[in-house]
Ligand binder design. Structure first.
Ligand code: R2B
Ligand code: URA
Length: 304
């Protein structure tokens, strides 16, 4: 009998412990890989060309349906689009060449998803998938509804590095994103007539104090302190604030994964802190990164 054909060399992971021979439990996805299911994993995920993630499970489900419509991918008769694996932590959908998942809020949750999805794609032999995070953010000096395409993710010192404490030592990783993809996505925004900009994204581990809001349950600074920081962030090229871009950029940059972060701003933080727009307005803002990525992915998959 011919030997099993195992997936190709590891291009997008940096860990000698992960080999085609070693079983691997992707615990939070509720999926596992082993030599005995490697062909199945390859046949389900081997053709993935885009991995699109965002915070909310609801939004990502919605995006999965929209991408199926846009790429005219039909589910077999009698089947609805359904998530893969366990849904207790993340929901994952596969629609043609697009893998879609929610990452929850914040960098720890996003990091776990990226590790497990990246190993899954490696086990499947998927090559050169582009990773895109789409989400919401607070604008800095830009109006609500603006689509900000991130050039890099910044830390609290407004530096594009992501620090990770590993075994008692702090490791620093560069947190930049692919400039060519950012330009292409900005051009897609332009073609759709959506307000947009390419800019730096400040990523925080909190929505309230770390983002300098005055309306958390704790606030030990003044409005002047807040405005001075936001102005300094603006002057350094920051155009929005959210909770994942820096980690996402550092991870993908480390593994040479082409990547982009596309977030709509819900408000301009120079004008306030509370998200007070009516639901219908927020919903229309939420649709903007989706609309851009639907066009972008459609154009790219047509090119393939
Ligand atoms: C944007 O929105 C969420 C907080 O409201 C968080 O996930 C983020 O980055
Ligand atoms: N998400 C954030 O993290 N901050 C905002 O201001 C809005 C959305």
């Amino acid at each position: 009998m011919a030997p099993l054909e195992l997936p190709s060399a590891h291009h997008h992971i940096c860990n000698d412990n992960i080999t085609p021979d070693a079983p691997d439990v992707l615990y939070h996805l509720g999926l596992s890989y082993s030599k005995s299911n490697c062909c199945e994993v390859a046949s389900i995920f081997g053709d993935v060309k885009f991995f699109v993630c965002g915070g909310s499970a609801e939004r990502m489900k919605n995006f999965a349906h929209k991408i199926a419509e846009k790429l005219q991918i039909e589910t077999p008769f009698g089947y609805a689009l359904a998530p893969i694996g366990s849904t207790s932590r993340y929901v994952i959908y596969k629609v043609g060449p697009v893998l879609i998942a929610n990452h929850g809020m914040g960098m720890p949750s996003t990091s776990i998803l990226l590790h497990e999805v990246t190993k899954l794609l490696e086990h499947a032999g998927a090559q050169n998938a582009v990773y895109i995070r789409m989400g919401t953010s607070g604008g800095v000096g830009v109006a609500g509804g603006t689509v900000v395409v991130s050039s890099e993710g910044l830390n609290h010192e407004l530096r594009a590095v992501h620090q990770i404490p590993i075994l008692g030592k702090v490791h620093e990783r560069v947190a930049t994103l692919d400039p060519a993809i950012a330009l292409e996505i900005a051009a897609t925004c332009e073609a759709l007539g959506l307000p947009h900009t390419i800019g730096k994204t400040l990523s925080c581990d909190d929505f309230y104090e770390e983002q300098g809001r005055l309306d958390g349950a704790i606030c030990e600074y003044t409005n002047e302190d807040k405005m001075a920081f936001l102005q300094a962030a603006y002057d350094a090229g920051t155009r929005n604030i959210e909770m994942e871009a820096r980690m996402f950029a550092a991870f993908t940059h480390k593994l040479n994964i082409p990547a982009a972060v596309v977030c709509v701003t819900l408000l301009n933080r120079l004008d306030g802190d509370q998200i007070t727009q009516p639901h219908s307005v927020l919903e229309s803002y939420d649709e903007r990164p989706m609309a851009v990525l639907l066009e972008y992915i459609k154009a790219k998959t047509t090119e393939m």
